[in-house]
Structure formats: structure tokens, C-alpha cells
Design a protein around this ligand. Sequence first.
Ligand code: 6R9
Length: 646
Amino acid sequence: MTTDSLSNLMDERRTFAPDSGFAAAANVDAGWYTAADADREGFWAAQARRLSWESEWSSVLDWSDAPVAKWFVGGRLNVAYNCVDRHVEAGLGDRVAIHWEGESGDGRTITYADLLREVSKTANALVSLGLRAGDRVAIQLPMIPEAIYAMLACARLGLVHSVVFGGFSPTALRSRVDDAQARLLITSDGQFRRGNAAPMKANTDEAIAGCASIEHVLVVRRTGSTVEWTEGRDVWWHDLVDGQSDTHTPEAFDAEHPLFILYTSGTTGNPKGILHTSGGYLTQVAYTHHAVFDLKPETDVYWCTADIGWVTGHSYIVYGPLANGATQVVYEGTPDSPHQGRHFEIIQKYGVSIYYTAPTLIRTFMKWGDEIPAGYDLSSLRLLGSVGEPINPEAWMWYREHLGGQRCPIVDTWWQTETGAIMISPLPGVTSTKPGSAQRPLPGVGARVVDDAGVEVGPGGGGYLVLDKPWPSMLRGIWGDEERFRSTYWSRFDGFYFAGDGAKYDADGDIWLLGRVDDVMNVSGHRISTTEVESALVSHPSVAEAAVVGATDATTGQGIVAFVILRGGQDAEVASQLRDHVAKEIGPIAKPRQVLVVPELPKTRSGKIMRRLLRDIAENRAVGDTTTLADSSVMALISSGLNPAE
Ligand code: 6R9
């Protein structure tokens, strides 16, 4: 069999049993599934005891007001104390918490003792601005340590942070600030992108012009560029924070005290402010970070490449790793600045042992060439993770070979902003992994694949992914819109959380995610996942990356339109070859109507392809709102390179 024919989800059969040495030392074993099934609440109570509580809960779960859960009812804790102080109190103050690597190679080493001082100073500064528990604080910052200090200072004081991507437009920031009625905005003068200083405060100034809720803007100096200044409103971080006392006594809050709001886009209209609370959230991020990444805090160097403006940054840069006392790398820059080996250079420099990234970056590495990772010593790596979208088997295999040296287990972690923490993933050392499958709900988590009527499908069957039991880090609502919370997630199936993802079971009952159901195409009555077609395309040797959309078609309902980035130069014959290749891999029904060769794909800052924009092109419409694109010039680049007659 050729690699090609193995490389789409329909045929994927490879499995990789855990290495016995890894399994022997793993943090978890198969008994965790049985224990959690036997006594779910007892299991979660045991996980909650990873944390330090000022007073324990009276009951583990109150689901009487479903779908709004209360976890660890009556328990009290301070989230920042758990992420910082307790490690210092345990004598680990000299352990490095953060190896911060600036884009240009400037760096800072921050120990847990340093982190405690910085977070305390920041908390004292926020108190001096008159902020009180429950107030909202908007944060738009680059990937600099102050972003983490700011989030933890909010957590310490019971302030609710709302982190907004550095790349979001003023309009997007404004709607988030307004929706949450934030009193404070924390930002920086500018940010470095590919060696250039780009303005940030100019954008935030524009965003909050005339905004009544914002009383102060706290500004970190990062690039040193000149900024406009509003006296009485704007305060420099170094003026306010640096002079504060570096001690601060944390106060415990209720387990259900709000911790943060994070906006995520829905299928329609305004972004949704997903609300997370304290005790359950921290419990599940700490547990999953321990179990899924097999973290050994004394020896591992962990690196999650997400941006803190994304939920992965919240849960697996800030709260999970720090609650577990991890040593981690935080990197400010882009993967190709100043060169395409930057990530591998950082892995080598710090001896990174656990690396967690997104399939889109893995495919980008593939496009750049195998020789780039081969030029670095990556032998410190012992576990690799993937998140954000389905990982096609081809990318999974490449990741395993070229970063993992065929030895590292890969954890494909499925979860969402709404779930707060990882829900479905292999357990390293326990699960025999399969390229492209997230496999099983974690111990303590309930998930199934159901049909239109909410009935679970059998082995080999496909349908919708639902979560059938409440979990500690579940969203507690959409900020200010309880009705939308119920209708979006809880009305589609009675008693189940509707995730919005398509999935199927294989013959072993393992779960394969097939992409958003809004991305599932219907061609002549056949349901075809964009992911399946993309996976087939990427299995062709000349394709580096592919995105597929269903475009309205008068005859078949929808027609499949594929956008591909080629590995080498342009090839006039390739479009028809690729159409045939997909037909061969999946079946004639999946043959794309059109294959368009493009230089780039439109992506959000978190690496998700914006299919909506590609659909606009495929359906010959004016391209819609591009404000959430990482690089808004991409659409012009794509359109200019296309032959309209194709
Ligand atoms: C963490 C995060 C959530 C959506 C989710 C799904 C997709 C995430 C995935 C995955 C397949 C995985 N997704 N991880 N699909 N396999 N391992 O990405 O949160 O930005 O809210 O996106 O991402 O479609 O519904 P968020």
C-alpha cells in the first residue's frame, strides 16, 4: 500500500502502542478510567485535591439548576495562590516558572519566587486603581510576561479578566470591552511582529474612544515607540507597578467566583463571552495538564505555542502549567522570524521535553521542509501534543517522525473555549494511538457520538459529538445572555451539550473528529466532511496545505471547492490530478468541483482557516468581514492570484 492510500481518515488503520518505558513511568494508568466510571464525583473530588483550598466543598456537584453547574459547592480558594504562592511556600521558589523568549532573542528567566513578587506588585497596583472583586479587566497585550502577571493579579483579586487577541481590530476590542463593561484596559505601546515594532496603544485608543466604562488604561512599555497620552486615564505600568510592595496577601473566593470571560465566535453575529469560574476550572486544567502531558515538574520543560489570547493559552500556558509548578517556555514571536528554524532552535536551547502546538503549524513546517528540523537537536522531546482542529494522518505521521523521532507519544487533544480544558485525548503511556483520532473521553469526562435524534450511533457510525455529563471546567454561561447559552448548546439534544462538531466511531469505538458540523458539506444528499477531503488532498505529495468548502450548487446542493497550497512551484496539470486523487481516496462523490491553487489560506490568529471567506470566493461573492484574520492582506493575495474563469 502506498502512503497516499493510507493517508485519509476513511482508511486509516495504523496504531502505535505505548513504549513500555514510557508506560512504566507514566503519571496515569488504565485504572483511572475504571476509577472514574465507578465514582465520578469521587474521582473529581480527588482531582480537586491537587489544589490547595482554604475551605473544602460541601458537595462536589450541584446540577439542580442545569445547564448551569455548580462544582465544589461552598469550597473556597484563591486561583493565583494555587498557581504561584504555594510553590514558593513548598520551597520551590528557585524553580524556573517561565523561560521567556522575546521575538528578537531578548529573554527573561522568571522563577516562581520572581513570579510571586511580580504578581503581588501588579495586584497592589490594581487595588490602587480602585478595582474590586467582580470588576472586569480587559487585557490586550503581546506574549510578554506582563500578560501573565496581569491575568494572575486579576485572579488573585477576584477580578474577571477578558483577554483579547493582540491581533484583534479596534472594533472587535470595543465590542468586547462594552459587552463586559470593563473598568480597566491593560495594553502596551506596541508589539514586535517579524522584527518590526507595530503599534498597539494606537489601536486600543481608537477602540475605547468615548467608552464610558473604562476608567484607566495601564500601558506596558515594550517597543519604546511614541504614543498618544490621555492624562488622568493612562498610566505607565513601570510608573504604577514597579514601585508597589512586592508582598500581597491573597483572599479566598468561592469556587464559583467568575475567573474570566473569553470571547469566541459563533455561527452568527456577535462573539459570545464564554464565562469560566474558579474551582472547577482550575481542577480540570491542573488534572488534564498532569495526565495528558505526563508532566514531571522537576525535570520537564514544557512549551505550548498558543497565544494567551486564545483559550489554549489560558488553560495550558497560564493556569494548568502554573498550578502544577511546571517550568515552561513562553515565546513572543512568530515561527518564521528571523528564520524558519526558530521553534526548533528554541526546543534545542531550553531542552524542551513537551511541545504542544496546532496542526496548521505542523503543516507549515512540512511545507518549509524536512531539512529544517533535521538541523537541530530535538532529542530532549518526549511528548508531542496537537490542538485546535482535526489533525490529518499525514501531518500526524510527519510530526511523529520529524519532531518526535518516532519515539514520542502524540496526544491529539479535543476541546473548546466552552469546555475550558481537554475533554477527549489519548492518555500517554496508556493508549495505543492512531494518527488522526482523539480517541476517548478522558477519565471523568462523558462524550458520545449521536445521530439526528440524539441516539448514540454504533461502531463505524458518524454523527454529532455531544457531552453527556457535566464536567468541572464547563462554561457557566455566555456573559449577559443566558438565553443564547441555552439555545446554542443545550437545545439541540435533550440533556446533552451540543459541541458543534461532527465525529465518528471506528470499529474499536475510538472517536474521530470530523470538523465543525457547519463545515460538513452535503453533496447530492451525501454528507462529506471538509476534513476528510482536506486529508485526502494533503496525502498527495504535491500538496502542502488544503482547505475545502461546500459552495452552493444548483444541481447537487453543494459542490466541493478546494483551495490548495502546493509544495513546489505551480503545475498546470495538478488541479485535475488532485480531483482524481480525491475521487480515488474517498470516492467519486467527494471529487472536488474545483481545485484552486493559492499562495496562502486565510487564518485567524489561532490558526483556524476561515472557510466563510473561502466560500465567498467559491460562490463569486464580495469577500465578507476579514477583521479576525491574522493577516488581512491574505484575501487580496488569494483573489489576485486566481483566474476568475477557473
Ligand atoms: C481548544 C480550541 C474549538 C473547536 C472545536 C473543534 C476544533 C479543537 C480539536 C478540534 C479536532 C482536535 N478542535 N481541537 N477538532 N481535533 N484535537 O481549539 O478551542 O478555539 O474554542 O475551538 O476547534 O472544531 O469545536 P476553540
